[in-house]
Design a protein around this ligand. Structure first.
Ligand SMILES: NC(=O)c1ccc[n+]([C@@H]2O[C@H](COP(=O)([O-])OP(=O)(O)OC[C@H]3O[C@@H](n4cnc5c(N)ncnc54)[C@H](OP(=O)(O)O)[C@@H]3O)[C@@H](O)[C@H]2O)c1
Length: 326
C-alpha cells in the first residue's frame, strides 16, 4: 500500500509517499481502508521529532482519518497518534466512531481532533452543562471566550461550539481575510494581532471586564497575557505551544482575580474512552441539527502532505487541511 512516511526528523521536506507492506491486524483489530486524513499542527511537531511519545523515523504520519471498515463496510472516523496517512490502517475499534450521517470522509476526517479538543476546552473552562467543575460565577452574565488562532482547525470548531452554547466569542488571527471568514462562521469580535495588542483590545471591547475563558495554544508571554484578558474566576485553557516557548504565568493577576490555568491534551485524554464518548454524545445533536460542520480550507492529494504542513507552519491555512487518500 501507499503511505506518507516521515523519512527522518525534520520539516515538511522529509514527508514522502512510499510503498510499504499492508498492515497485519493484531487480535481485536480491524482494517480500515482510509479515504481521508485530517492534518494537525501536532503532525508538524511529530515530523520534527518534538512531540513526546512518538517513535523514531521512519514511521507513517497521520493522527486522524476517515474511511471504510474492510470487513463490514461501515463508514468510520478514527484517532491514533501516527499511522493514519496510509491506504490502510489496522486499529482497535475503541477509537473508531461512525461517520456522521450524510458527511463525506473528508468532513469526518476533519472532525475528531478539532472538535474533541474544543469541546474539552469548554468543558474544562466550566462552560458546558456536563462540566466537572462548572464556572458558577458566570451565571449572571453572558459568558465570553477568547479563542487564539480562531481561524485554524481547533479555532473554527471552538467558534461553532460557542454559538451553540450562546457564548460571546472573541478571536485572534494574523489576517483580516481569515477574520472575515470566521465572522461569517459566527465569531462576534475579530482581533488582528498583527495590528493591535489583543490584551488591550479585549479590555476595550469588554469595558475593562475581560472574558471567562481563554483558549491558549501559543505559549511564551501569551499565557500571561491571556490571564490578563480574564474577568474574575476566569480560566485559561492551555493546549499548545505554537511559538515553541514555555508558558509564562502572571501570578499577581491570578491571585487578584482568582484565576486559574488548566491543561488539556487530547493524546492523553483519548485513552479515557468513557470521557471521549461522553463528549461525542454531547456534540451529536448539534451535528444532527447542522450546527457543527468542520470548516475545510484545503483538500490535497496525499502526495502533497509536505505542502499541507507548509501551509500550517506558514500560518497560511484556513480551518482544516485534509489529505485525500486514493
Ligand atoms: N492539547 C491538545 O490536545 C491539542 C489538540 C489539537 C491542537 N492542539 C494545538 O492547538 C493549536 C492549533 O492546532 P491546529 O491543528 O488547529 O492548527 P491551526 O490552528 O489550524 O493552525 C495553526 C495556526 O496557529 C496560528 N499561529 C499563531 N502563532 C503561530 C506560530 N508561531 N506558528 C504557526 N502558527 C501560528 C496561525 O493562525 P493565525 O495566522 O490566524 O495566527 C496558524 O494558522 C496547536 O498549537 C496545536 O498543537 C492541541
Amino acid at each position: 500500500m501507499k503511505a506518507v512516511l516521515v523519512t527522518r526528523a525534520g520539516g515538511p521536506e522529509v514527508l514522502q509517499v512510499q510503498d510499504v507492506p499492508d498492515p497485519q491486524p493484531a487480535p481485536g483489530e480491524v482494517i480500515v481502508r482510509v479515504e481521508a486524513v485530517g492534518i494537525n499542527f501536532a503532525d508538524t511537531m511529530t515530523t520534527r521529532g518534538s512531540y513526546s511519545g512518538m517513535p523514531s523515523a521512519p514511521f507513517i504520519s497521520g493522527r486522524e482519518f476517515a474511511g471504510v471498515v474492510e470487513a463490514t463496510g461501515e463508514r468510520v472516523m478514527g484517532y491514533v497518534q501516527w499511522g493514519a496517512a496510509a491506504q490502510k490502517i489496522a486499529i482497535k475499534p475503541d477509537l473508531l466512531w461512525p461517520q456522521p450521517k450524510g458527511w463525506t470522509s473528508a468532513q469526518s476526517a476533519a472532525f475528531p481532533v478539532n472538535f474533541l479538543t474544543a469541546y474539552l476546552a469548554y468543558w474544562k473552562a466550566g462552560l458546558t452543562d456536563d462540566a466537572m467543575e462548572p464556572n458558577r460565577w458566570s451565571a449572571g452574565h453572558r459568558r465570553r471566550v477568547l479563542i487564539h488562532a480562531a481561524a485554524g482547525g481547533v479555532g473554527t470548531a471552538a467558534i461553532e461550539i460557542a454559538r451553540v452554547l450562546d457564548i460571546e466569542s472573541y478571536g485572534t488571527s494574523s489576517s483580516e481575510e481569515k477574520l472575515e471568514k470566521v465572522k461569517k462562521l459566527g465569531l462576534d469580535h475579530g482581533i488582528n494581532y498583527r495590528e493591535v495588542d489583543y490584551e488591550q483590545r479585549v479590555k476595550d471591547l469588554t469595558d475593562g471586564e475581560g472574558v471567562d475563558a481563554v483558549f491558549e495554544m501559543l505559549g511564551g508571554e501569551h499565557t500571561a497575557k491571556s490571564l490578563r484578558c480574564c474577568r474574575p474566576f476566569g480560566r485559561v485553557i492551555i493546549y499548545g505551544t505554537a511559538t515553541g516557548q514555555r508558558h509564562q504565568f502572571d501570578s499577581g493577576i491570578m491571585m487578584a482575580k482568582s484565576l486559574s490555568a488548566h491543561g488539556v491534551w487530547l493524546s492523553v485524554l483519548a485513552k479515557d474512552h468513557e470521557l471521549i464518548n461522553r463528549c461525542l454524545l454531547a456534540m451529536r445533536p448539534w451535528i444532527e441539527q447542522g450546527k457543527l460542520h468542520p470548516e475545510i480550507g484545503h483538500i490535497l492529494p496525499m502526495e502533497q502532505a509536505g505542502e499541507a504542513h507548509r501551509l500550517l507552519l506558514g500560518r497560511a491555512n484556513y480551518g482544516k487541511i485534509v489529505l485525500r487518500i486514493e
